[in-house]
Design a protein around this ligand. Sequence first.
Ligand code: MG
Length: 264
Amino acid sequence: MKKTILCFVLMTLLSAGAAVAQTKVVAHRGYWKTEGVKGPDDATVSSQNSINSQNGAAQIGAYGSEFDIWSTTDGELFVNHDGVLNGVTIQTSKAADVKNLKLPDGEYISTLDQYLKNFTKHPNLEVVLEVKEHKNKLQEDAAVKKAIKLVNKYGLSKRTTWITFSLNAMLDMLKWLPQGTPIYYLDGELSPKTLKKIGAAGLDYQLKVMKKHPEWFKAAHDLGLKVNVWTVNKKEDMQWCIDNGADFITTNEPVTCLQLVKAN
Ligand code: MG
């Protein structure tokens, strides 16, 4: 009798453990907010998408550090969110005109090569690499190819998650990356069913899209897909994502989110 009860308790614990995976926290553009220290925009000591912000994400124990990449016309890849930095449009400029641009915190803009190299200092930090949508699709194709090469160069292929708004770039990734590589789509218009058909690992959708389609959490999970929600900055929204079983939350407030995940 005792054995049967013990067996039942163990099985219940195991199945609960399998069903409830903890939500992982991705620092959106790195961790660039540090309370109490005034920076360029009053709350910032390191710029978004800077090496400092990547280091910050590692320091606070985030699961991953997200960043965005753009290609120049001559095929150099740079890390920045906006397409334009200090008046220079990256995708229509040459590398020589971009490499000396400074981020608001005074750090030079990073090439993808430099940015990935820095990830090798943080063995527990997932690389969450967003390929930005380029006007020139050949340039975009080349950007995906080069990004894959650089990820491999630094031995980061096993801990890189690929994300994009561009359907073209996603199809490139699906073609050129090994099967099973986590590739997520950011634009909210494709259903989990369609993403499964295409071969994506899941959806990485804006909070308002997921609020409109809360049924997509279960639909995705039933199909074996994962769900990442961005950019979730309010505590109540983080809790909503956790309650709905989000696999990842991408946030500008990773410290708050990490605390909340721990408390759940
Ligand atoms: Mg991004």
